[in-house]
Design a protein around this ligand. Structure first.
Ligand SMILES: Nc1ncnc2c1ncn2[C@@H]1O[C@H](COP(=O)(O)OP(=O)(O)OP(=O)(O)O)[C@@H](O)[C@H]1O
Length: 261
């Protein structure tokens, strides 16, 4: 199968809720208005005319300043947000390593959650059942198998989310910079597994601010600014352009970026 990920003139508008400027010194009025004045809903363009095609062997870092649209682009690529304009074509199985704590059912047991979330991630019921033992083993939660999720600590939930999200190798891996919050031995184990999933994926998309991580994982990078794709190319060149951009006011393109576009 020819694995690829293609975005064609992709655009996304998200609703934002704004409030008229209030006089914070008029305390009583402030309380009344914050209780009764409805917010205004506006649509804001978060991704604007983003086009690229990724092929097997592409390991692409997604960089840009805070609020540039990196996480939003990843959410569109994993199918969490449908694009408002343009199209996204994905050929191959994809796995998101984004918010590992999301999507659990607090009232269901650990094993039930592995089944439910495994199926939600696209596994067939038999495949989800087949990974239960491995997920319990990797997350070191065997003795909690029949416990309700709400009784787990946040670190234990993170282990479960990580073990489940990485239980199966996929062709396309879409991930945020992964910062381990578990104890040191789990973080080491998790890093080894991530490395193996990255090495064996055909396409990797990694959003991060960490240049050394990006250079060690990626061969290409894309630079976003204000929801637009400014550059896509060799990782070292794009990081150089991004580094220059970081020292410029918003809206100005750095010389290295201008040379790339
Ligand atoms: N759910 C949402 N609803 C409305 N606006 C949003 C939503 N999520 C993000 N935004 C806005 O979209 C823009 C891009 O946000 P995004 O999280 O994609 O940025 P980012 O490049 O990942 O930033 P950072 O480096 O700070 O994580 C920001 O202006 C943000 O305020």
């Amino acid at each position: 199968m020819n694995v690829f990920l293609e975005a064609q003139h992709l655009g996304l508008d998200l609703p934002i809720f704004t409030q008229e400027q209030r006089n914070v010194k008029a305390t009583v009025g402030l309380f009344l208005r914050s209780a009764f004045q409805p917010p205004k809903r506006e649509l804001r363009t978060t991704l604007d005319d983003v086009s690229f095609r990724l092929e097997p062997g592409d390991r692409v870092g997604v960089v840009g300043r805070n609020g540039a649209g990196k996480s939003t682009l990843l959410k569109v690529l994993v199918g969490a947000y449908p694009p408002s304009r343009g199209g996204l074509e994905v050929n191959g199985s994809r796995q998101a390593l984004l918010n590992l704590a999301l999507g659990f059912n607090q009232e269901a047991t650990v094993v039930e959650n592995i089944m439910l979330r495994g199926i939600a991630m696209g596994l067939r019921p038999a495949q989800a059942a087949a990974v239960i033992d491995e997920v319990l083993d990797f997350s070191e939660l065997g003795e909690k198998a029949g416990h309700r999720l709400r009784t787990l600590s946040s670190g234990q939930r993170m282990r479960l989310g990580f073990a489940l999200a990485t239980a199966v190798q996929h062709e396309i891996l879409i991930m945020d910079e992964w910062i381990g919050t578990g104890d040191a031995s789990f973080v080491d184990k998790a890093k080894n597994r991530i490395r193996s999933r990255v090495d064996n994926a055909q396409i990797v998309v990694l959003a991060s601010h960490n240049f050394s991580l990006l250079r060690s994982v990626c061969n290409k990078a894309m630079l976003l600014e204000g929801g637009k794709l400014l550059a896509l190319g060799d990782v070292d060149e794009v990081l150089k352009g991004y580094d220059e951009l970081l020292h410029m006011p918003h809206g100005d393109a750095s010389p290295a970026v201008q040379a790339m576009v």
